[in-house]
Ligand binder design. Structure first.
Ligand code: 5AD
Ligand code: SF4
Length: 469
């Protein structure tokens, strides 16, 4: 998945009776954001409400990311800070359970409790439906580690979205349709932490999407580590891919915008490309990581395609949907990467043109083939390459943003802005757009004219807004 996020807890109105409070901190990709919400839902059935302040939480849940070394180290420093918080709470006569979920939990298991004894339970991404029982056991004073792979059950056993909670979360929602990865890129821990590719059945996806729409959601982002590898038996009895699924989702009343992330170039099939041409509600934005532009490095990464195959794929996608904006992930300093290989990556970026991108220095992950390869690239070389690559990507992003100035675009209004009188929404290409509150209300899709673009957001000209009937 894309960029590393760090999201801290949110506040929920306490329910009547004897409620407990849970503070959830989410690291990593959007799939973790989705999982955190589902864990909160599972705990909700057990009487927990979410709190935004860790100080008064009865349970702290860290939903972790293991993709790069720094991400895992952050979790351990956070656990150090939490120990002090828990001790303070105990000295006030209270109690606080501390749980670690997500990919660090899956990868490290019991090691987490050895290294951070403050942790009460460790729970891998395939066992979240068991959270209430695990919490009950931990409340008895037992340490619990649950990192089984029971994927078939995961989606089935998670509680349905709670309508009230969905409403409180806003007009956009994530929906996981696929999990795991069989691609085994040689730099990546995901196939080891999230397990094999599993697609969620069509009927579950459609019923969750309908429930979201019923609770006021207007934009759904389908999630999967390899979302475009999704496949399943369709309502017509035929084998569907993501293209067919998107067509079906587009029929649901109330859902006006669809997105999906994150994709592998090898899984962009004809039906999916055609969906970008045929479905207006499929937003013209595609995160399509290539990682590197040198065939030698792509091969060493086990990406199983060449740089030119990627260029041709992009051409076909742009033929189908000319206004599509591309985003990507790049790794610099993969073992054996020479200056010439790096120049190939720079050339690919220059040829393709990205509206947005995430880029990283290669970080060796224990247990992956890349970590044992010879010719690891020195840190200072990686740093130098990353700076050059990011300068080019920043320039492309700024160019894309500038190109929107003066244009009238559609914006889904999502939330109040930072200043009074503002509403913030998203453009079709995912940028936040700051609008005047008079343009409409949260949940409306409005047409606004962009007057100014900053590095990461757009400002709408509020005097010329048109609100569709
Ligand atoms: N080192 C650096 N970046 C990595 N990514 C995945 N594994 C590594 C690693 N070992 C990046 C890839 C991927 C994104 C989610 O994180 O670019 O697409
Ligand atoms: Fe990791 Fe590659 Fe799978 Fe993406 S496709 S999750 S980078 S192994």
């Amino acid at each position: 998945m894309s960029d590393i996020l760090e999201l801290t807890g949110r506040e929920e109105a306490p329910a009547a009776g004897n409620t407990r409070k849970v503070f959830v901190k989410t690291y990593g990709c959007q799939m973790n954001v989705y999982d955190s919400q589902r864990m909160a839902d599972a705990l909700g059935a057990d009487g927990y409400v979410e709190t935004a302040s860790p100080e008064d939480a009865d349970m702290i849940l860290l939903n972790t990311c293991h993709i790069r070394e720094k991400a895992a180290e952050k979790v351990y420093s956070e656990l150090g800070r939490l120990r002090k918080l828990r001790d303070r709470r105990r000295s006030d006569g209270g109690e606080m359970l501390i749980g670690v979920a997500g990919c660090v939990a899956q990868a490290e298991g019991e090691e987490i409790i050895r290294r951070a004894p403050v942790v009460d339970f460790v729970i891998g991404p395939q066992t979240y439906h068991r959270l209430p029982q695990i919490a009950a056991e931990a409340r008895q004073g037992n340490k619990v580690v649950e990192t089984d792979y029971a994927m078939e059950d995961k989606f089935e056993k998670l509680p349905a979205h709670d309508e009230q909670r969905v409403r409180a979360r806003g007009v956009t929602a994530f929906l996981t349709v696929q999990e795991g990865c069989d691609k085994f890129c040689t730099f990546c821990v995901v196939p080891y932490t999230r397990g094999a590719e599993v697609s969620r059945p069509v009927h579950q996806i459609l019923s969750e999407a309908r429930r979201l729409a019923g609770a006021g959601v207007r934009e759904v982002t389908l999630l999967g580590q390899n979302v475009n590898a999704w496949h399943g038996e369709g309502a017509d009895g035929r084998e569907w891919g993501l293209g067919e699924l998107l067509h079906e989702l587009a029929k649901i009343d109330g859902i006006d915008r669809l997105r999906y992330t994150t994709s592998h170039p090898r899984d962009m099939d004809d039906a999916l490309i055609a969906a970008h041409r045929d479905l207006d509600c499929l937003m013209p934005y595609l995160h399509l990581p290539v990682q590197a532009g040198s065939d030698r490095i792509l091969k060493a990464m086990n990406r199983k395609h060449t740089a030119d195959e990627y260029r041709r794929l992009v051409d076909r996608i742009r033929d189908a949907r000319p206004d599509i904006a591309l985003s990507g992930d790049f790794i610099v300093g993969f073992p054996g990467e020479t200056d010439a290989d790096f120049e190939d990556t720079m050339r690919l970026i220059a040829d393709v043109g990205y509206a947005q991108a995430f880029s990283f220095k290669y970080s060796p992950r224990p247990g992956t083939p890349g970590a044992d390869m010879d010719d690891q690239v020195p840190e200072d070389v990686k740093t130098g390459r990353l700076h050059r690559l990011q300068a080019l990507l920043d320039e492309q992003q700024a160019g894309f943003m500038k190109g929107l100035e003066g244009r009238t675009i559609s914006v889904l209004l999502e939330k109040p802005g930072r200043d009074p009188g503002q509403l913030v929404g998203r453009s079709p290409w995912l940028q936040p757009v700051v609008c005047d509150e008079n343009v409409g209300k949260i949940g409306d899709i409005v047409q606004v004219r962009i007057t100014r673009a900053s590095a990461n957001s757009l400002i709408a000209d509020n005097s010329e807004v048109e609100i569709p009937a």
